[in-house]
Design a protein around this ligand. Structure first.
Ligand SMILES: [Zn+2]
Length: 317
């Protein structure tokens, strides 16, 4: 039997059909409409499955990755801002529309599961995934299993605590890591520095482009070790490093994985985070600390959702 994985995004959704042996039979993207999201998805997926010659009868389970807070046990979306869902019983509605058993999983949690499977060859049993995009999400795999928490809220690394005093968070708290160490936060910081330091390389670049700087704009400066660029990005990554350190001491995972748009800054970004973390941990922790950039990147959510749905076949069988 096969499973269908759907990684729901605010503007488009990535879909794939997986065989029981975790092979991808087909993979495609469909638009996420603003209204009647599930009904439209079904119509578009129908067309794609016909195109790839895949019979609905071969699909036994459907997995949905959703960006938001979920009650996975009850199958309810507690809050998914981008999709405008609040206490929405997606499982019931999707099962009505698709006529198949439906399982939901947080998108970053799904990505963490995919990273686990991607490393199965080196027998890693525990990992933490940080997704550094518009916001900051995460996932926790312990003893080879995804840990979603008592209520399904585990892995929300972006929020809570007192990690910075620069920018307030959209979640309502003041000191979360997300408003500074996410792509949005780092972008805000580099523009702030460009405005404050008139003669700096960042200010010159901003006046050349005649618009706000994006992370992709500053990559050449970053790669060339431009001092102000490196100092600014490093400052922005300190809250993230402090968070990673806390998690290392709490869970002692085998590897920390970084994913999301910020990691397009590449290996130097990894080195900066690695050095910040190393300066904050003791000797015994230093010996085992390992950090990597994701190989799967934006496909991780879709892979993880497929694996999650496949695990449900096994439970049913
Ligand atoms: Zn927050």
């Amino acid at each position: 039997m096969n499973v269908l994985a759907i990684d729901l995004g605010g503007t488009s959704s990535k879909c794939a059909v997986f065989s029981a042996k975790k092979a991808i039979l087909c993979e495609f993207k469909v638009a996420t409409k603003k209204e009647a999201i599930l009904q439209h998805l079904k119509t578009e997926i129908d067309e794609q499955l016909t195109k790839y010659g895949i019979d609905w009868l071969t699909i036994s389970q459907i997995g949905f990755a959703i960006p938001g807070f979920l009650d996975e046990k009850k199958g309810i979306v507690v809050l998914a801002g981008n999709l405008n869902w609040h206490y929405f019983n997606i499982t019931k509605e999707a099962e009505n529309i698709f006529q198949k058993p439906v399982h939901i999983i947080n998108d970053a949690n799904a990505a963490a599961l995919a990273e686990y499977w991607d490393r199965i060859y080196d027998k890693k049993e525990s990992l933490l995934l940080y997704t550094l995009g518009t916001g900051i999400g995460g996932g926790i795999v312990l003893d080879g299993k995804l840990w979603t928490g008592a209520n399904g809220y585990a892995g929300e690394f972006g929020h809570g605590g007192h990690f910075q005093d620069r920018f307030p968070c959209t979640c309502g708290l003041q000191h979360c890591i997300e408003p500074v160490s996410s792509a949005t936060g780092l972008t805000k910081l580099i523009n702030q520095v460009a405005d404050e330091k008139q003669e700096s390389s960042l200010a010159i670049l901003k006046s050349e482009l005649q618009r706000d700087l994006r992370l992709v704009d500053i990559k050449p400066l970053f790669d060339k070790n431009d001092e102000i660029t490196i100092v600014t990005i490093t400052e922005g990554l300190i809250p993230l490093a402090d968070h990673i350190v806390t998690m290392l001491y709490v869970l002692n995972p085998e590897v920390i994985i970084l994913a999301g748009g910020v990691t397009n800054l590449g290996v130097k970004l990894k080195q900066i985070i690695e050095n910040l973390v190393k300066a904050r941990i003791g000797e015994f922790m230093l010996k085992t600390f390992k950090i990597e950039i994701s190989n799967l990147q934006d496909k991780a959510g879709m892979y993880g959702t497929g694996y999650y749905a496949l695990s449900k076949i096994k439970e049913v069988e």
